[in-house]
Design a binder for this molecule. Sequence first.
Ligand SMILES: [Zn+2]
Length: 423
Amino acid sequence: MRRTLAIPATGKVLLENCTVIDCTEPDRQLPGAAILLSGPVIERVGPWSEVLAGFDLRGVERRDLSGMFVIPGLWDSHIHLGAVVVPYEDEYAHETPAHHMIRCIRKAQDNLRCGITTLRSLGEEFDADLVLRDAIAAGEIEGPRIYAAADVMWSQRATGPDEFRRAVRGAVRSGVDTVKLLSSGGIPWRSDSIGRGLHSFEEISAAVGEAHGWGKPVAVHAMGDETVVAAAKAGADTIEHGFVVTEEGISAMAEAGTIFCPNLAVTDAWEPEQLAAQGYPGWFCRNAEEARERHHAMFREAVRQGVPIVAGVDDLPEGPAPVGIEMHHGTLGLVEELRLMSVHGLGNGGALLAATKNAAATVRASTRLGTLEAGKVADLVVLGADPLADLTALTTVREVWKEGKPIRLTPSLEPGWQGGGIR
Ligand SMILES: [Zn+2]
């Protein structure tokens, strides 16, 4: 066992003899590096000799990370902490807010202990993400940083630009960080096409205008061209899913500079034949089939056209119960998402940026978060292997630091843990 870490009164900790992957650009790697933490922020980062040049090491806790790799804290940019998907919907239909919150806390803490230090929560029953966000920020409970959209079901009911403006004002007043619009159907919709749009350009535009007026970014759930083009032209900050988008929608995103959060693992994991064998209803299987027909090919097109990409896991098929972090192929959902992004055009370095630097941009936090640079918040993950060589290194978590403080890892995440078994 390595000795436990004590933060000195100075708040200064030197992480040294490591390889730093700062995520300021793809594939950038600094061997023989050091990071000097000062309380919650990174004071210096770079080659060991430069970090220590002219520096008095008295009062500094030195931590030898020989053979290890340090990356910025990861982000899941599309999460639903208390989500319940089929076949559990009926069983959990009357869940109390208290029970719902327990599942939200468990999932949030699982994420943190896997190195995912920030979550963009894009729709949560009972506004549980707002409450949890504030409790974590106040230090009442351990957890990742949360950017919350709260309950977003109002956006399915709103009709006409005025209602959208009024509803966005209400969401902002309740304390959301991001305004989320559910602007088209999806896999769990009992309709003939998941691409059908719910909102007009005028409605989306009204919502975006109002949200931006309050300084809040807008995330739009958009499946096909009709909604993707409208959202991109209206100035939405991010487009979620795009399961049935074509080149037309991708070009609209590229032109507007809209960030794309595709959820590739969703269309990989909701596998129609397997779902049918498990007794899922026919309409659900048909939607899953439609969603995966061209989604990954269109993601490659988005990469080709230079659309900025972020990684979000969303809801994957649940194991024995809807509890804990999302898993796929026996590993973390986010790692699977990044692996798919890598093989479909981003490469490992680009995929890492989709869960760090680019993710911070979705909530306008790039000046404070997303990369390992002097002056930024000290959110970082220490890995036992090189994620630029192989993204499964992201499951070799040795240490997680949030705001300059080490997070206590659960026994299953101690060195040697290789994913799985934490449900
Ligand atoms: Zn979602």
